[in-house]
Design a binder for this molecule. Sequence first.
Ligand code: PMP
Ligand code: GLN
Length: 380
Amino acid sequence: MIIQSKLPQVGTTIFTVMSRLATEHNAINLGQGFPDYPMSEELIALVNEAMKNNFNQYPPMPGWIPLREAIAEKASFLYGANIAPDTEITITPGGTYAIYSALTAILHPGDEVIVFEPGYDSYIPNVEINGAKAITIDLLYPGYGIDWPAVQHAITPKTKAIIINSPHNPTGSVIGEKDIEELRKIVAGKNIFIISDEVYEHLIFDDIPHQSILRYPDLLQQSFVCFSFGKTYNCTGWKLGYCVAPEALAKEFRKVHQFNCFSCFTPTQVALAKYLQNKEAYLSLSSFMQQKRDYFKQLMQQTKFTMSNSYGSYFICGTYEHITDEADTDFAIRLTKEAGVATIPVSVFYRSGKDDKVLRFCFSKKEETLERAVEKLSRI
Ligand code: PMP
Ligand code: GLN
């Protein structure tokens, strides 16, 4: 049988490739973004309790109602947003799925979507599988801010959406109020949707406020805002998230969702509805992760890598230009095999493979893991 591939350019994601290589070579995995420390015992107990209490059948298609209510309350508390839990929140199996469903709901063949690079690797395939075209714009190296004049220049009558991501994977950059103003100038009064990937909303450092689209009712009117519980509660394997969108947009989103997944795992939704009441659990995450960023950055001074800054996410980038001029993909593989530390080469987050000799390091790890990794890296 011959399949005419819908994604001819796509191979296996770098996260799978590097995690597999890390396992094969018994390397410390600072590649794929996931914590190596345990999640909350209390939250685990709540899932257990939900299962024992027979919350094991299908929940409503858009998600467990008390969870949607708790999310609406949280959005009001954090961002002053007025979100209707019944019509504007849909629980999804993770943030990636929410982004995919939003794009699938709005895109038609020939549409254009603005995507920033480097960027999370699912965006472009998500656009292309829907027959649309990704128009890529490079973030400004080395600070990785958004080049707004370039965005303005890239807008055409075919522009259907713009994907933003703050805090940003892979660079740890964040958007500020000025970016929001620029975004507003570009989309106001136009039929351009915003897909806002906010999975790292609680991983933002140095007391910088997270510029959630939920703060801006005018922008929210044309947005799908995507979140992930995996990042917020140190349980990336749970694959549970949600999308906030105004009713008319959520209606189309749910048409895609109901015939793809229909509804998500019930026990975690029941547990999270309760656990979201504990504000401290999500409010404390930023300082917890900031300490890890600071510790890792300080340790990395023992090495020949030059680290950039990270203002959010699990990640920090560093250049190895003082070590070698190898391609970043080759160096990342060699580093895994020979030094025993897996990272992610940043060129894979560019469609063109642009190689600035930068690697992405994941610091959401135990201190002891970071110490062992840096000890190995300092021998390079
Ligand atoms: N967006 C970005 C930028 C991410 O880094 C991730 C991490 N996987 C996701 C979305 C997706 O999260 P989830 O695992 O909930 O699908
Ligand atoms: N978001 C995570 C990362 O960037 C992993 C996602 C994945 O494995 N698909 O590392």
